[in-house]
Design a protein around this ligand. Structure first.
Ligand code: ATP
Ligand code: MG
Length: 471
């Protein structure tokens, strides 16, 4: 244990505490991650007495480092050589029914360990010289780490009712670390699920996004579903569940399909927002589902409905209302295009249009679309994947030839206005659009000269003369 507390801050903390006669421990996530051989950048320190005082003494010893003090919480934080160190005095907490905010009083180290959410997060290591490196583990956290077990140190019903965010944390750790949740602890989550409503959506989403970033996000989402939390927090996802059969024709379960697509995308990309696009790609299906005689189950326009729903969901869940959201919307709206393309003969012009619409997000779109192929029919999957290869190759060829990825129309509106002495208005847009379409269809190449010549051709057909001919 001793030699694994490698960061130079530990020696400084040890000496500072000893010189001032204070008891000091490193506790919580840092100890857990140390035992799991995971790196972590935040170090939580507990002292017997004032955490703020300990932070100030440490900063002084380090030559007057800056300390951020939060008197309201009795905590202080400093940064040193790439780590963030947070100090708190050992405390005892008690809760009221209507709030996650506890009543706090001074306590022992054990009191402080009791207020921690899970046994694996309640481990402490002594930093005082006489006992340096000693693990203090009143709740068998070390054993539970070996067993890969999430379990609360106290009665789980009380733990979750006191602070319902812990329900999300339990599921997040299970997903992130690939641990399982003790059955009684899990039952208590199911029993207390309604309590999640007193937690702010921002905090819930912090945990949800950690689930999204875990190696197999479906684990966490399934646990949310099994406990009933998903229906409360994210009903649009549970609406995807179920299968229906008419005339012996069944559609697939879109919830399970979505989870498969999400896990597949997660194999290829650690990008949170690409993973969100996978999560929401079929979110418009329940609203567009129809059974049509002779056609079977259809979901016409589910990508466009999905695009609109994405904005609604992002707003409600207080996710970023910026280019991240627009990126997810774009991928949701375009997610079928590469597949449709691969079903037909792959023409240059179709590829050019796809490149034009996807722009720089084309690679992410291809990752999503390829993950979306989850049919049980192996022959079908093989054919799709083969055609996908052709689409990818064509994309490269067309991109090299025509560079339409970041296409800017070569003729600007102002030029059309001044050349033909036109008032700004729909005619100008029509001309501009005709030029763009001609380039995307491959009628003319993507260059200024050809576009200008083409502009004169089409305006002539429209009966518009250039200004110098007019006078
Ligand atoms: P990570 O840093 O990977 O998100 P963590 O467990 O370190 O996970 P932090 O938010 O950094 O989480 O919290 C540090 C420690 O504080 C935890 O390990 C745990 O002991 C305690 N803790 C955090 N949040 C809670 C909570 N809601 N209830 C009880 N204890 C908590
Ligand atoms: Mg932490």
């Amino acid at each position: 244990m001793k030699n694994r507390l490698e960061h130079p801050i530990f020696k400084i903390l040890s000496e500072t505490a000893d010189d001032n006669g204070m008891e000091i421990y490193v506790i919580g996530g840092y100890v857990r991650d140390l035992l799991l051989h995971r790196t972590s950048k935040d170090i939580d320190i507990v002292v017997k007495g004032s955490g703020i005082k300990m932070a100030e003494l440490t900063a002084k010893r380090l030559g007057g480092l800056n300390v951020n003090v939060f008197p309201k919480f009795g905590t202080a934080m400093l940064r040193y050589k790439g780590v963030e160190v947070e100090f708190v005095g050992a405390r005892k907490e008690s809760y009221r029914a209507d709030s996650r905010k506890p009543i706090v009083e001074e306590g022992s180290l054990e009191d402080d360990q009791k207020r921690r959410d899970f046994t694996i997060n309640a481990l402490a290591i002594s930093l005082n010289k006489a006992t340096y490196g000693k693990l203090i583990d009143p709740f068998n956290g070390e054993k539970h780490l070996e067993e890969r077990l999430i379990i609360t140190p106290l009665e789980p019903g009380i733990t979750f009712s006191d602070d319902p965010l812990r329900m999300m944390r339990a599921i997040r750790f299970a997903s992130q670390l690939n641990f399982h949740i003790d059955p009684l602890t899990f039952q208590a989550i199911a029993d207390n699920k309604e309590r999640i409503k007193i937690v702010s959506i921002e905090r819930i989403m912090d945990e949800f996004n950690k689930i999204m970033l875990s190696p197999e996000p479906s684990r966490g989402i399934s646990l949310m579903d099994d406990s009933g939390l998903l229906k409360i927090v994210f009903p649009e996802l549970t609406d995807l569940k179920g299968v229906e059969t008419v005339d012996k024709i069944r559609h697939k379960d879109n919830f399970l399909h979505t989870l498969t697509v999400l896990d597949t995308v997660a194999l290829y990309s650690g990008d949170l927002w690409l993973r969100w696009a996978a999560l929401l790609h079929d979110i418009g299906k329940p609203a567009t589902k129809r059974y049509i005689q002779g056609q079977g189950w259809t979901f016409y326009g589910h990508n466009h409905v999905g695009e609109r729903l994405t904005a609604k969901i992002f707003k409600r869940l207080k996710l970023p209302q910026n280019e991240k959201m627009r990126y997810v919307q774009k991928l949701v709206s375009l997610h079928m295009r590469p597949i449709v393309l691969s079903e037909e003969e792959v023409t240059d012009s179709a590829v050019r249009r796809l490149l034009f619409d996807a722009g720089d997000d084309i690679d992410d779109l291809m990752t999503l679309a390829e993950a979306d192929i989850t049919s049980k029919n192996e022959e079908k999957v093989r054919r799709f994947l083969k055609n996908f290869k052709i689409v990818r190759r064509k994309l490269k060829e067309v991109e090299e030839k025509d560079s339409v990825r970041n296409f800017q129309p070569p003729i600007r509106g102002e030029e059309i206005i001044s050349t033909f002495n036109l008032p700004p208005g729909p005619i100008v847009g029509e001309i501009k659009n005709a030029i763009k379409e001609a380039i995307l269809d491959g009628i003319i190449e993507n260059s200024y000269e050809t576009a200008r010549t083409y502009m004169f051709e089409i305006t002539k057909q429209m009966g518009i003369n250039r200004m110098d001919n007019n006078n």
